[in-house]
Design a protein around this ligand. Structure first.
Ligand code: MIG
Length: 821
């Protein structure tokens, strides 16, 4: 905190005395470049002030800049990046005042040598991507090690990403901190929250670039708040190590995200069941209650796949135990759940009860896996079980040890795991007599606690932000080893850049009010474009009790978000989809059914995401960067490229305005009305309706309602074709779990639409969901004749009310369907 104020004060000082650094500032600049060493891919510079810089290409579209004020570089290691950072050759020119690096595709970096180093990155067309602000040269604090850099800012440039922020969709003119924090009941605007993802995508005039500041200490971004003409970032210490993603020749956000996730990893395809509806609360207090809930879902025919067991399933909150009184037969309970098509997820916190009678605690101590105080003693802090010790997840042996602890739970039949409290969060110690604030320093480990740092031991200040991610990693890697044939479901509250390699993320302790519902869209879309595809918010709002209307609207809004779970706090009223009365129950069921009808599409998007890094949930600007009308839309989202969702997020509203992005036309899912791109239209949204639109030209797989994903295998698919434009779509099918899909055990179906109908390319079916029909939505009237591979189709139905034309396929060998007027 101190350092921050310090740097900000220095900046404010700079504003007053623009000519030179004021004497009051403890910040020092680097000084002129004195020595240059070049290699095939980078330049290494020494400055008059004793700093070292290295600038080079990672790929022809990605630049890496490193600066260490202390004259030498740290170990080149990153928790965000798996393996070594790639390097790409550059053509380097060194003249008297300037250096220039040019990549294979023409992107360039120019480095001015005097009076201070100033770096400008250009795209292949010669346009400036990122430029150091010469008025605010890169600087450091020689006393405490803080570092910072400022870039010039264009007036209309917008910034997205930054992981998990309770802020409006674009973060221009915002100041944001990065320090993983347990912030229950956070108000919109609260910063920081649980996750640290120091990456953003900029958008100006239809062109994008990205910046990733890879520093695990407390860091900050000032995106033009102090001065609209510049933005900057810095950290309390460490290196100034950052990447500039130029976005390639097209300068698209998709290219930026592809390159960022090529570096930091991509979320793997989850097991199909994890995309079903999930029901949670803190806590279902007994085995019997859990079974009652499961039965109710099946009896009321509300589809669901997963039930969560929060902290009360444990014996005195000791992780990896069961409460013998309330959960006396966990195996039987889990077996019964499985028999009904449910999967179960249990919570696992990092705190291990300091209790000599608890074998896991003793084992951990004997193996020296716990975090230590500065004096070398075992760190103890209070959390749910009382005083606890905490595995040091930056120690490989601790990760391995912790990962193996999941064996017993898996053997019992638990299917997935939920890592909470891993910011890490702690309770205030006994006798604490200061005000308890959301960001109080007592809420985590002391900054000088000792971590192994995967070979570079260091204080908590350095490793705090990766603690949660490394816990999720321990869980993920443990599960992969223990059940190599199954895809893990891990859910984590805290994380750092790259967390997507291990886990889904939920947005923590949100609240049961309308502003929080509205906030889910900017929060989840920004997390998505921060490289994390599997994201969700507690449906209904964790803290407090939603009205029936709020819960229903929330369920609808969340029905097509990647991670779809109702969850609530311990003191909240029951919150299952049926508790608000018959009318709401009917509407809530329909919202969940919609999810299941579209699940084959959603699943396919996850398969695509593993390959491309593109998230299933997308903000409008990301898909339509050239449409200025789309850039600040934060009450709508896209699912993949083909579905546009416009939930009602305000109380009492039964109509809402929907913006249709330019360049495509959109067909109303419910009544097939066509809307042209670039228009803003009032849409009816009675309580029972989620405004939903499909892009003309797109084809998406849909299925009949199933009660859980286990029923999908025998559920035949319908390809829903949004008529009115040419287009080609593809979707993916496989076994729904395991890794066969990485060895070719999957198929990709391609549907191509033109003026006369569709062409189908359906590879041989090796046990996947059968395709039984093609349904055209958005055609004005029934065609005079429908032909399948040249012959009149036998089974054709036109529903005049929904304007859907359904054509049954005699078999999967069909190649072409023609609609003749
Ligand atoms: O101190 O496990 O965000 O989802 O229900 C609260 C109890 C601890 C915080 C999580 C919440 C969970 C709760 N946990």
């Amino acid at each position: 905190m101190e350092t921050h104020k310090h740097i900000l004060a220095a900046c404010a000082g700079l504003l007053l005395a623009a000519a030179a650094l004021p004497a009051a500032a403890a910040l020092r600049t680097l000084g002129a470049v004195e020595q240059v060493t070049t290699s095939r891919d980078s330049v290494t510079l020494s400055t008059a002030g004793g700093a070292k810089l290295r600038i080079g290409f990672v790929t022809p579209d990605v630049v890496r800049v490193r600066m260490n004020p202390r004259g030498d570089f740290d170990r080149d290691f990153s928790y965000a990046i798996e393996g070594a950072v790639p390097r790409a050759d550059a053509v380097i020119a060194d003249t008297d005042d300037q250096l220039e690096l040019r990549s294979a595709n023409g992107s360039r970096v120019a480095i001015r040598k005097r009076p201070e180093p100033a770096i400008t990155v250009y795209d292949a067309a010669g346009r400036v991507v990122v430029a150091d602000d010469p008025a605010r040269p890169t600087a450091f604090d020689p006393v405490d090690g803080a570092i910072q850099t400022f870039k010039r800012r264009e007036d209309y440039e917008l910034y997205y990403g930054f992981g998990e922020k309770a802020l409006p969709i674009s973060r221009q003119q915002q100041y944001m901190a990065m320090w993983n924090t347990d912030t229950p009941d956070y108000a919109p605007g609260t910063d920081p929250l649980y996750q640290t993802i120091p990456f953003f995508i900029a958008l100006d005039d239809g062109r994008s670039y990205g910046v990733f500041f890879d520093n695990t200490r407390r860091s900050w971004f000032d995106m033009g708040k102090t001065d609209p003409h510049r933005y900057g970032f810095g950290a309390d210490g460490g290196e100034l190590d950052y990447y500039v993603f130029t976005g390639g020749a097209e300068r698209t956000p998709a290219n930026v995200l592809r390159d960022y996730t090529a570096l930091t990893g991509r979320g793997a395809l989850p097991p199909l069941w994890a995309l079903g509806y999930q029901q949670s609360r803190w806590s279902y207090m007994s085995q019997q209650r859990v079974m009652e809930i499961a039965h109710s879902f099946r009896e009321k025919r509300i589809p669901a796949d997963v039930i969560y067991l929060d902290i009360d399933h444990m014996d005195g909150f000791r992780v990896f135990t069961w409460n013998p009184k309330t959960f006396p037969q966990p195996r039987r309970m889990l077996g019964d759940l499985h028999a009904q098509g449910f999967h179960a997820v249990t919570i696992v916190d990092p705190g291990i009860k300091y209790d000599e009678g608890y074998p896991i605690y003793r084992d951990g101590r004997e193996r020296s896996v716990y975090v230590r105080n500065a004096d070398g003693s075992e760190l103890h802090a209070k959390v749910w079980p009382g005083v606890c010790a905490f595995p040091d997840f930056t120690l490989p042996a601790a990760r391995e040890w912790f990962g193996e602890l999941y064996a017993a739970a898996l053997d019992d039949g638990v299917d997935g795991f939920w890592n909470d409290m891993n910011e890490p969060a702690t309770f205030t110690p006994d006798g604490f007599d200061k005000p308890e604030t959301n960001h109080g320093p007592q809420k985590t480990f002391p900054l000088d606690a000792q971590h192994a740092g995967d070979g570079v031991a260091g204080p908590h200040a350095r490793y705090h932000n990766v603690y949660g991610m490394q816990m999720a990693r321990a869980t993920f890697e443990g599960l992969r080893k223990l059940r190599p044939g199954q895809r893990p479901l891990v859910l984590t509250r805290a994380g750092y850049a790259g967390v997507q390699r291990y886990s889904a993320v939920w947005t923590g302790d949100n609240s049961a009010n309308w502003p929080h519902l509205a906030l889910t869209i900017p929060m989840l879309t920004n997390l998505s474009v921060s490289g994390v595809p599997f994201v969700g918010a507690d449906v209904g709002g964790f803290m407090g009790d939603p009205s029936a209307e709020l819960y229903t609207r929330w369920l609808q809004a969340a029905a097509l978000t990647p991670f779809f779970r109702t969850h609530s706090t311990d003191t909240s009223a029951p919150r299952e989809p049926w508790v608000f009365g018959a009318e709401y129950e009917r509407i809530n069921r329909a919202a969940i059914e919609l999810r299941y009808r579209l699940l084959p599409y959603l699943y396919s998007l996850f398969a695509e995401s593993e390959k491309s890094g593109l998230p299933p949930m997308r903000p409008l600007w990301f898909v339509y960067p050239g449409d200025a009308g789309a850039s600040l839309v934060e009450d709508q989202y896209l699912v993949g490229g083909d579905l546009l969702v416009a939930p009602v997020v305000r109380e009492g509203m039964v109509k809402r305005t929907v913006y249709f992005p330019k360049g495509d036309a959109w067909i109303d899912w419910w009544d097939a009305t066509r809307h042209e791109g670039g228009t803003r239209v009032q849409i009816d949204a009675p309580l029972g309706r989620l405004p939903l639109f499909v892009r003309a030209g797109a084809s998406i797989p849909t299925q009949p309602v199933v009660q859980h994903t286990g029923e999908m295998k025998s559920a035949p698919l319908t390809i829903t074709v949004a008529a009115g434009a040419d287009g080609s779509s593809r979707f993916f099918q496989d076994a729904g779990d395991g890794y066969g899909y990485r060895k070719g055990q999957s198929r990709t179906i391609v549907v191509t639409q033109d003026e006369t109908g569709v062409r189908l390319d359906i590879p041989r079916n090796r046990g996947w969901q059968r395709i039984e029909a093609v349904e055209f939505v958005g055609i004005g009237a029934a065609p005079a004749l429908v032909r399948i591979d040249g012959k009149p189709a036998r089974d054709v139905r036109f529903d005049a009310q929904t304007r859907r034309l359904r054509v049954a396929l005699p078999n999967e060998g069909v190649k072409r369907i023609e609609l003749l007027r």
